[in-house]
Design a protein around this ligand. Sequence first.
Ligand code: BG6
Length: 503
Amino acid sequence: MPDAKPSPPTTLVIFGATGDLTRRLLVPAIINLTRGAMVGDDLDILGIGIEPGGDEMLLKRLDDFLAGLGDGEPLVKDPAWARLRQRISYISGDFTGDDIYLEIAKRLSSAPGGNAAFYLAVPPRFFGGIVEKLAAHGLAAESENSFRRIAIEKPFGTDLASARALNAQILNKVGEGQIYRLDHFLGKETVQNLLTARFANMMIESLWNSRYIDHVQITAAETVDVGSRGAFYDATGALRDMVPNHLFQLLAMIAMEPPNSFDAEAIRNEKSKVLKALRVFTPEEAATHGVRGVYSGGTLNGVEIPAYHQTPQVAPGSKTETFVALKLYADTWRWAGVPFYLRTGKAMTLRDTEIVVEFQPVPFAQFRETDVTRRLPPNRLVIQVQPDEGMSLEISIKSPGLSVDTVPVSLDFRYADQFDIGKMTGYESLIYDLLIGDQTLFQRADGIEAGWAAVQPFLDLWAKGGEPEAYAPGSMGPACAEGLIERDRRQWHALDVVHAKHK
Ligand code: BG6
């Protein structure tokens, strides 16, 4: 990965500049980059949106929002914001018409350097059309000395066919090297650390295969309910919202082969290879390898929440799932026979994203004549992605005393204990990499399509009928999720263990 150097002069054109993503994540991240001198006074921001108004309208909205952000001193008072806000302008217009692109062209023609990055922070139905318009107006054409890049938010497609169609539409106009498909999980520090943990540590990587690893669990539990996102969520569901993107990015980092270098292409090749190796189930197999749930009404952390079916803009009789658990296989030499159990849901016990790598049991023949009568617990490596980023290694030791008995203990590392990780949005590295042209943390067309291919059998099966099983808010999901793993004589890792330790 390149050394951190300030980004080159660029105009960042944000489509959807008055939207939630821009004010909640993009602008705060750019303020953080400005404070750290990773972007300089040669970054201009040109906001585009349908809301009428000019520069002052956008700046006022951002000021108002930033007044409520920040630890202690609000972000609106940050000197970095004072510098950045001088370089923000706004054009109001319709993304589907031509006028706005003519205006963007005019602004870019006088921009120093001529570099532009277009950030599509808009609903997905606009993605393909905006790229076509940019190309039609010559705005996507790069020259020897200037770049034109396009960052696209998720969701990228709603199934395999639509993801393929969108890739085809976009790649018909611009090169893959210009496209930055975002998955914000890749901006999280601990996710980036997965590669270092694996490839900078002999004792981890040498055990990293089916010979020593029994199975892997990936969990993204959320306490939030669907709330005001009913319209989006009801058309999406937990599987589409979290699995082919966020959870598969984690899976790919865990399961990929070592890349030949830390080059974007080398890493993306290996990630795509492992995603393409995910077994694509028959309909019969899908029926036994995936379960879904939906939360009912109840209390969560002392707050009354409505059942998913009572959420505004959720269709009556909706079959959309708010929880999903899958058992998957990556059919490669390294992972033959090792199940990857994935689960994610809303309105669960606690917010926790973690990866658990459970090792094979020891043969333990030497304990036969001792007091160690129970099965030794397996070693586990628990990678805590959020919150409380860190890692724990669960091992067995002899408990003190005259008899031979073992007790499991945990060797713990927490980022916050050793580093000042500050308050980052997770978007800093993604925006910075977009500006310097490093595609490592962005998804490539083939990887996206491989992810959708692996979940398509579940989408097809669940579209045909049946319904998700109810679970109580504040639980760990429906009973069928326990059944999925217990059938294999395994258990989900108890999430509260890690958190309880750090309270
Ligand atoms: C988004 C999903 O992509 O990721 C949301 O649409 C989900 O439903 C969110 O809540 C989770 O991200 P994070 O960073 O809060 O774990």
